[in-house]
Design a protein around this ligand. Structure first.
Ligand code: F6R
Length: 263
């Protein structure tokens, strides 16, 4: 697990975006795994800037989002489909037909979950998966106690997640309590995983992920099994980690190595 500690949220977004830029430049038909929430928005803005300055094209890119609320359709303003259209897709040259978000209004949600897995397989698998992390260590909507081998399925949200996401809903608007989410097993199959976290309220989840036991109680700790996972965090989110200086040292050495290899 590579841990990159940076000064602030802006640096986190830029570092994360650079990984996606490199990936798309190397393979224009990359398959991206995308996330919603507040954390990835700054990274999406960086990607939009790259597109607008003609440095990047998404015309051959395919994407799969991690999750969606169950019980609302894609045109609902709080749906993750709507979020992605507004925050990223409408600003770049991606073909909307190549963007997949689980269907929150599927008539047969269980079949929709299986179909989503099949679509990911048919695309050749996800090249880079972007993740945020919940305060309780969730990735996607895989809440604590999710099986570490789980696949795309219907999940019940914890009260903590419902409360955390209440900020996106109007006061008397009904808020879904169920979701469709890629499983932890699905996420672990991505060739590379990039997890972003900023702010002090993520510090406990980050220390549990990086230096805690691998346990379903902290779903993100399963990333310790992944051979190519990068955890990009700001100082505040890193504040509970032990050996922070060692992580900084490793990163400086990696940068030197990459430079000398022309990567
Ligand atoms: C979103 C998702 C969630 C969020 C997490 C953090 O698609 O899967 O796991 O990444 O809840 O959300 P923010 O970034 O709003 O703190």
């Amino acid at each position: 697990m590579k841990v990159v500690i940076l000064e602030d949220a802006e640096a986190v977004a830029k570092y994360g975006a650079a990984i996606f830029v490199k990936q798309i430049q190397k393979k224009p038909s990359s398959v991206l795994g995308l996330a919603t929430g507040s954390t990835p928005v700054a990274l999406y803005n960086e990607l939009i800037k790259k597109y607008q300055s003609n440095q990047l094209s998404f015309s051959q890119v395919k994407s799969f989002n991690l999750d969606e609320y169950l019980g609302i359709s894609g045109d609902h303003p709080q749906s993750y489909r709507h979020f992605m259209n507004e925050k990223l897709f409408k600003h770049i040259d991606i073909n909307k037909k190549n963007t997949a978000v689980p269907s929150g209004d599927a008539k047969h949600p269980l079949d929709a979950c299986e179909e989503y897995e099949q679509m990911i397989k048919n695309s050749g698998g996800i090249d880079v998966q972007l993740l945020g992390i919940g305060r309780n260590g969730h990735i996607g909507f895989n809440e604590p106690s999710s099986s570490l081998g789980s696949r795309t399925r219907v999940k019940t949200l914890t009260q903590e997640t419902i409360d955390d996401n209440a900020r996106f809903f109007a006061e008397n608007e009904s808020q879904p309590h169920l979701s469709i989410t890629m499983g932890i097993g699905t996420i672990l199959e991505a060739k590379q995983v990039v997890l972003l976290a900023t702010g002090e309220n993520k510090a406990q989840a980050i220390v549990d992920t990086v230096q805690g036991y691998i346990t379903a109680q902290c779903p993100a700790s399963a990333l310790q099994f992944h051979a190519n996972a990068v955890i990009i965090i700001d100082e505040a989110a890193a504040s509970l980690l032990k050996n922070r200086e060692f992580f900084r040292h490793i990163e400086r050495e990696n940068q030197k190595l990459e430079k000398s290899l022309g990567l």
